[in-house]
Design a protein around this ligand. Sequence first.
Ligand code: UDX
Length: 438
Amino acid sequence: MEITVIGTGYVGLVTAVGFAELGHRVLGVDRDAAKVRRLQAGDPVIYEPGLAEKLVAQQGAGRLHFTTEIAAGVRHAPILFICVGTPSLPDGSADLSQMEAVVRQIAAALDGYRLVVEKSTVPVRTSSWVHRTLRLYTRPGIEFEVASNPEFLREGRAVHDFFHPDRIVLGVPSQRAGDLLGEVYAPFHCPKVITDPNTAEIIKHACNSFLALKISYINLIAELCERTQADVHTVAQAMGLDQRIGPEFLEAGLGYGGACLPKDVQAFIHIGEEHGLDFSLLKEADAINRRRVDGILQKLKRALWILEDKEIAVLGLAFKANTDDVRGSQGLAVARALLDSGARVRLWDPHAAARAQELLSPSERVAYTDSIWGALEGAHAAVIATPWEELRALDLARVAATMLTPIVVDGRNLLDTEAVRAAGLEYHPVGRPSVAFA
Ligand code: UDX
């Protein structure tokens, strides 16, 4: 069937390419003309494993096109997916201005029935606002409906996640809307949760907030392990073997970053408060997450005594592996905290350095290096901030030989304690016993 996807960021582009591969004829719309030109030329603009090949293949098959014109998107399809950004406002609530602008443009172009589907993460009751906006700005007598179909794609695995969903959530106002969305997702045989739009909107925020709770919980346990010489890795392993808990999202470390979890926790707290509920459970998860960077700084101070004028390598700037996204990057947060303490930083990332430079410019105290070894050369300490495979596979003897003082603070618990000891490194993981300098 014909589908329009409005907004070609991480979610929209993967969704558009995925729908095309399912056999639908997809038109992607984005207001950024330069981006649309690159997409039309087969350049996905973002780094997401497997995406570039599929983009080019679907364009070659004639099933995927891009435009800047929302009106063209409205003409193209009976179903329009909105995938625009919903960033945080200073008070933590979601900024829905991009959403509203898109909806007004859709309204102006409507010439007959369309199903407008929110895929962006939005506060509960947004579908009612979208409906009201369409009603206000559309010519009388024109039919439309609004549905919620939240995405659960993880960056770095988004293409895989698109084709292997745990479940698909369809928040629909009518049988007609349910049938249309059912047709879009007909090739999938996973559980489909069919519900009303408000429930679907809450499902998305409830999931991301629960994941954040899980991460903050294990990080709190890690803090206790550090004070008691216990090992959080083994605690998490044993917890995960309990099927009621499950092993995922129990990795202690620098905490959660990215464009979704931090923002969605804030937004959900705000939504709870708006409805007269005390969501301090989530406030605590957020507070634990915020002190992760300080925990790394404390470890560096304990190892180096004085940070002023020290050279510190920060290895990994993407908020997680297999992405070039630096929104909510813990690596950049560590770098900024080090700069505030008077240190100099040497930054390395295999995919995210260019985007990082837009947020933290190179300077006399900020150097970006193309190789891990360039970052480690002459460094007083190194911080592992992103779990890149390259870091897991490091030649540790060479690390020890390259650094000025061989001190590694492992914010992602990537390295093997015995291998670190054998290489003669001083090593400070998270929630696990340190290895002293031999
Ligand atoms: C998240 C949700 O997982 C996804 O379903 C939703 O659609 C979008 O938001 P994403 O932001 O891509 O996806 O990242 P995710 O894999 O959830 O990781 C978030 C952060 O938590 C990362 O910084 C990661 O390093 C961190 N994390 C994850 C931990 O610190 N410990 C863990 O055990 C798992």
